[in-house]
Design a protein around this ligand. Structure first.
Ligand SMILES: [Zn+2]
Length: 217
């Protein structure tokens, strides 16, 4: 069994254990030779196994017996658009989804938002799940970034490894929670363009890429 299959199954299970994925609502994939390996449709994290994962090319061709996740096109569109994307997580995690249901992007209310590659985490417009239209909108919203919200739906993020993608999903969920708490208590002050630029440079120069890999959370 390939490491990629084991990693994807373990990541999908971990999302469930962390309360970030309920049942089979989310999906996980990894770029693989000839396309990707993705969680199957309708299988929850607690019952998935490496051999149940679906191998397919980015046009949707598969020899697997099981159907891939209904959102396979969203994953394929992101792999096609961004060579940095190696593992993709899509979930309906509670806080990120609550924010997405307000149809709000996640602004730079905290410098941690910059980790996703820009001054805000953008939000893709609401479109029917499992459609090529949603796939295109998600790929557009995440362009040049590593995470995006999906209006009235959830979130999607990617990383260079399964571990990095899990941490990205967990960090986005924590930031969405913090932002919603701050909004409930008042009007959060957003970072100014100068503060955003300064934090961005700090991220680049502080060796955060190496440090993040060691982060035990
Ligand atoms: Zn979904």
């Amino acid at each position: 069994m390939s490491t990629a299959r084991r990693d994807v199954a373990a990541l999908y299970r971990e999302l469930g254990l962390r309360g970030m994925n309920v049942g089979a609502s989310g999906n996980v994939s990894a770029r693989a030779k000839g396309g990707m390996i993705i969680t199957p449709s309708g299988i929850a994290g607690d019952t998935v196994s490496p051999k149940l994962l679906v191998q397919m090319d980015l046009a949707g061709r598969s020899k697997s017996k099981l159907q891939p996740s209904s959102e396979w096109e969203m994953h394929a569109a992101i792999y096609r658009a961004d060579p940095r994307a190696m593992v993709i997580v899509h979930t309906h995690s509670p806080y990120a989804t609550a924010l997405a249901c307000l149809n709000l992007p996640l602004p730079a209310f905290h410098y941690g938002v910059l980790e996703f590659g820009g001054p805000e985490v953008r939000i893709a417009p609401y479109l029917t799940f499992g459609t090529p239209q949603l796939a295109a909108a998600a790929a557009d919203a995440i362009q040049g970034r590593t995470a995006a919200l999906l209006a009235n739906h959830g979130m999607i993020c990617h990383g260079p490894t399964a571990r990095a993608a899990l941490l990205a999903a967990a960090r986005l969920e924590a930031l969405a929670q913090q932002y919603l708490i701050a909004r409930a208590a008042g009007e959060p002050r957003l970072l100014t363009p100068d503060e955003i630029e300064s934090a961005r440079i700090r991220y680049l120069s502080y060796g955060q890429v190496a440090k993040r890999k060691e982060d035990p959370k």
